[in-house]
Design a protein around this ligand. Structure first.
Ligand code: R5P
Length: 227
């Protein structure tokens, strides 16, 4: 599995050109892209700046020697590199296993291009994984009821090395919402976004035109886009 991830990540790093400002996604696959970018900075004198989507991304980027900046400094980014949990044939995504979906969506929205790095297991015929929803703690019960009315069975995400709920980098909770097979991701995303107290959800259906998916294989990778 990690050979596939590495191949996808390394290939994505080749999409980055000198002088670019790069959105740095979160997760195990994008780490490989960061590792390769760090090498290009050290060996080829590539000059870039990265906007991290999480504390985890910032820590990794520093480790690999990638200079960091912010979305305030650069509200428009040249490219974003990120992972995904599921990708459908229309290039709609589910993201947020690592609870970084809110900043990831801000960065994806700000980027001219989004390069999504995955292994083949993430490519599905229809999205059906639980959709993470970032929720204001104050409104968690009310939002839960509204999500249930949309057909989900929301589960408050529990922390692993801490008692109680996961608290995101933005101080919020995550509700994991299973909707079964999602027939219309755009419609569901809009419905979730309309619930007060919802910050964002892990459905990414509005960026299909600017997304390139790099699917890592054991040897090499394949590239999928709508154009
Ligand atoms: O919140 C986490 C992100 O959306 C990740 O990009 C996504 O979960 C994929 O992570 P990984 O590459 O580790 O499977």
């Amino acid at each position: 599995m990690s050979a596939e991830k590495r191949n996808a990540g390394y290939r994505a790093a080749e999409e980055v050109e000198d002088g670019m400002v790069v959105g740095l996604g979160t997760g195990s696959t994008v780490f490989f892209a960061m590792e390769r970018l760090g090498k290009r900075i050290a060996e080829d004198r590539l000059s870039i700046a990265g906007v991290p989507t999480s504390y985890q991304a910032a820590i990794r980027a520093r480790r690999y020697g990638i200079p960091l900046t912010s979305l305030d400094e650069y509200p428009e980014l040249d490219i974003a590199i990120d992972g995904a949990d599921q990708v459908d044939p229309a290039l709609c995504l589910i993201k947020g296993r690592g609870a970084a979906l809110l900043r990831e969506k801000c960065v994806c929205d700000a980027a001219q291009r989004a390069v999504i790095v995955v292994d083949g297991t993430k490519m599905v015929e229809a999205l059906n994984a639980p959709v993470p929803v970032e929720v204001l703690p104050f409104a968690v019960e009310a939002v839960s009821r509204r999500l249930a009315a949309l057909g989900a069975d929301p589960v408050l995400r529990e922390a692993v090395k801490k008692d109680g709920p996961v608290v995101t980098d933005n101080g919020n909770f995550i509700l994991d919402c299973s909707f079964g097979t999602i027939a219309d991701p755009g419609r569901l995303e809009t419905a979730i976004a309309s619930i007060p107290g919802t910050l964002e959800c892990g459905l990414f259906s509005a960026y299909t035109e600017k997304i390139t998916v790099i699917v890592g294989e054991e040897k090499g990778c394949s590239v999928v886009s709508l154009h």
